[in-house]
Design a protein around this ligand. Structure first.
Ligand code: ARG
Length: 282
């Protein structure tokens, strides 16, 4: 299955697609250097709310079956991207992916450290639109609880953490170059929340994703170099100690003038009717 080049640029790509269908190398920026591109290694114990989504049946065992990121927002509640659980990604509905799991506390995916927790229930936002990429979130309910310290608070609407210029951090086990070099260790990259107007200009939605300020967060570096990439999707964007975004899409990785686009967590809260929960965890 091949997609036209222009569509491929702004479509969310999951690992399966990146490895098979999409000519990723041709999309890779020469300037991207090195999840998360431009990141540094971190230990899972320092950021216990970052978890990996895994299916060895679908993605093989070398990297623990990791194919997306996710983030714990309750002891048994995990948020990820809707496109991670699409049929495109999994080859079947999530209920039929029997070994779908969340991996917690595993810095190096080649190791056996941490825990693998089966997913009891998955709910994919039915309003997720794969054309515009709007509404890119899903809620997973775990079969076992995570410790309290592994739960990240969500930033409510109007929280200063969403303001342009705020320093943020994105986490994942994804591609470190944009050319299909998947990390084995968890990494993080320092980015900034960028003005909505910038992403609106860059992503007007002609033949690709459309940036919608109400539902998305624009983040990266004006000069490029630091960004999320394929395989990081669903993972957290954290600012001021709160969750503000989920890795969703972008054009290439770390390219100058092509910021990363994240699912806006305050919109997730609003759509799920979680306002009181978000307030408590502030
Ligand atoms: N859609 C990608 C994934 O499934 C994430 C892409 C993020 N891209 C970016 N340039 N920030 O892993």
């Amino acid at each position: 299955m091949r997609r036209p080049f222009v569509r491929a640029l702004a479509r969310p790509l999951v690992l399966a697609a990146a490895l098979s269908a999409i000519p990723l190398a041709s999309v890779a920026p020469a300037a991207a250097d090195g999840i998360v591109v431009g990141g540094f290694p971190v230990d899972a114990s320092e950021s216990p709310w970052v978890v990996a989504l895994s299916s060895r049946d679908r993605f093989g065992g070398t990297r623990s079956g990791q194919f997306c990121g996710a983030v714990a927002v309750g002891p048994k509640t995990v948020l990820t991207a809707a496109h991670c659980l699409s049929e495109d990604a999994l080859g079947a509905p999530p209920e039929q992916t029997r070994d779908l799991k969340v991996i917690t506390g595993r810095t190096d995916l080649r190791s056996a450290e941490g825990r693998e927790i089966p997913i009891r229930e998955s709910w994919v936002n039915p309003k997720y639109d794969s054309e515009s990429n709007a509404g890119d979130f899903a809620v997973l309910t775990l079969a076992e609880s995570l410790p309290r310290r592994a739960v990240m608070g969500m930033a409510a609407a109007g929280d200063p953490a969403y303001e342009a210029g705020t320093g943020a951090m994105v986490y994942g086990w994804g591609d470190v170059t944009g050319a299909g070099d998947y990390a084995t260790g968890l990494r993080a990259a320092r980015v900034h929340v960028l003005p909505d107007t910038l992403c609106e200009e860059v992503y007007p939605g002609m033949g690709g994703g459309a940036y919608l300020a109400d539902a998305m967060v624009c983040a990266g570096e004006k000069v490029g170099g630091r960004d999320a990439c394929q395989g990081d999707s669903g993972g957290p964007l954290v600012a001021q100690g709160k969750l503000i975004g989920l890795v969703s899409w972008g054009s290439g990785c770390g390219r100058v003038g092509s910021p990363g686009v994240y699912t806006r967590v305050s919109d997730v809260i609003r759509r799920l009717g979680w306002e009181s929960a978000a307030q408590e965890s502030k």
